[in-house]
Design a protein around this ligand. Sequence first.
Ligand code: NCD
Length: 308
Amino acid sequence: MKQIKHVIDTELFDKKLLDLLFDRADYFADSLASPDSRKQISKLLDGKMVFAVFFEPSTRTRLSFTAAAQHLGAQVITAENARETSSATKGETLEDTIKVLCGYKPDAIVMRHNQTGGAATAATVSNIPIINAGDGSGEHPTQSLLDLYTIHKELGRITDLNVVIGGDLANGRTARSLSRILARFPGNKLTFVAPASLQMGDDIKQYLTQNNVEFTETEDLESALPTADVVYWTRVQKERIIGDLPKGTFIIDLPQIKLMQDHAILMHPLPRVDEITPAVDSTPQAAHFRQAENGLYARMALLEWILK
Ligand code: NCD
């Protein structure tokens, strides 16, 4: 039986697959730059259909997946705000919803769910590829795909990097998935910068230890910046924090950029709130908007690989 290409976490992204996806993402970036080549790729996924079912808010992930599918000629049917507008409000289980959606014969289901583990649950009952577009405080594997693609494009390698990951590491799924995917490539060292109450979860730290990845935890942003190749910043996930928001989160502004090396890059999955000031956007280190654009190309490559 053919294996279903679910994308639940970062485990499937080995070097071989990433090489292929990065090549195709480069090709799609070039193709979209000219009207002729844009037309040439516009039939690659002709006749395919993607469902985009989002139980949590999204701008980039939903629209870049939708654009990715449509640039390649697939059709997309979207359910936005599915937590409020789907039969979930009537008490339908996620498993039942997914079984029903499979009956409508999409070729892939891109799903964002509020429950950690929601994508894995969906995959247990789905004979159609489930693409995890974020599950609660769990994982966001396609974000880490585009994050790694951005690092590869900007720095020319995904190994031997000092990566500072900061912000809300306790609740942010992008930081968790990025840590896991970086752990698969030799020589990467991670520094987690967060107040104690927002530090990285023990499960990820255990994964790093098991895979012999060096990591440190600190509350001192400024001491971490000068040796970083990549600074990956994230917002406080206030919708996931019950009670008072923690004090002492960090802001990256021009003085912090000055502490970074010239070749280093600043990344952020976006949306940002106030943890990166807009003044930083025009510095050479700021890569966060290029990173968001790369999401389109990386998701085109991923959809092609899954659907063809
Ligand atoms: C992130 C998410 O949804 O986890 N956004 C995204 O997909 N780019 C980050 C966030 O919401 O903070």
